[in-house]
Design a protein around this ligand. Structure first.
Ligand SMILES: [Zn+2]
Length: 267
């Protein structure tokens, strides 16, 4: 669960931070569950100890010395989603299952006039499932290894830019993991191109030439956001063989990544 906390420091500066409370710190029965976080004022470096008290129906935050303290629970959905990505081990199974389904669906006898729509849907599905695999296995592998997180933070200019104080690193290791996972999910979601150098610098896995995948991502955009035509109104022209080629290319990419991850015992 994520809580947005804001208050004024005695120095006059405004302190605002999102804190993450893990499942084990949330009460599931009548026994209250307490956890603590250290928040640091940017203005004067004073540290504040926030006590988070979870009861079955309520969550309270109290901070000694904080002026005008306010807090609210934010975006549970995103937290659940990211926690799920970190913990899930089903990436390969899901990928394989969906790819097989697409092949089966291609064998269906359907009316000719509906074929374009089905092909657009299936093409988009193949891109989505390979993207989910690439981001899911990367996040799962990296976030569950302290060494790989370090490697990622050192090699990612955006993460390296974020200044974490020593205090924060010690008091918030779990939260840091979550922040890093969220960052990964955001950038991978917005820009698949960044994933290739990341795999290389953090996992030492080289994708080789994946121009075909970037092209497929653009075509998927036309399928999903323009109902199967490009900006000029030309149809995507997706046919059965384009889908099969895409599935084959994705399958060899996924197999190569999986082999590396298994072989080097990364998970
Ligand atoms: Zn202050």
């Amino acid at each position: 669960m994520e809580i947005n906390v804001h208050f004024a420091c005695t120095c006059g500066a405004f302190v605002e931070e999102n804190i993450y409370v893990s499942e084990e710190n949330l009460a599931t029965d009548t026994t209250p569950c307490n956890s603590w976080k250290v928040l640091i004022c940017d203005g004067c470096a004073k540290d504040y100890e926030a006590a988070i008290i979870s009861t079955q129906n309520e969550l309270d935050v109290s901070i000694d010395g904080a002026v005008s303290l306010e807090y609210e629970v934010v975006d549970n959905h995103e937290y659940d989603e990211i926690s799920w990505t970190i913990e899930s081990t089903q990436q390969l199974e899901t990928y394989t299952k969906i790819s097989r389904d697409v092949v089966l669906l291609l064998q269906l006898k359907i009316p000719d006039e509906a074929k374009n729509t089905l092909y657009n849907m299936l093409y988009a599905q193949v891109v989505t499932v390979v993207e989910a695999y690439l981001s899911g296995i990367f996040i799962h592998t990296v976030i569950n290894s302290d060494d790989l997180i370090r490697k990622l933070v050192e090699s990612d200019p955006e993460l390296a830019k974020k200044q974490f104080s020593l205090n924060e690193i010690f008091s918030k290791w779990n939260e840091l993991k979550f922040i890093v996972a969220k960052h990964l999910k955001d950038i991978i979601f917005h820009d698949l191109k960044k994933i290739k150098p990341m795999y290389f610098s953090v996992l030492e896995i080289d994708f080789g030439d994946i121009g075909w995948l970037f092209k497929a991502v653009l075509i998927r955009h036309d399928c999903v956001h323009r109902n199967g035509v490009d900006k000029e109104g030309n149809p995507t022209g997706i046919d059965e063989s384009m889908i099969i080629d895409l599935i084959k290319n994705c399958a060899s990419l996924v197999a190569a990544i999986d082999e590396q991850i298994q072989f080097r015992n990364l998970t």
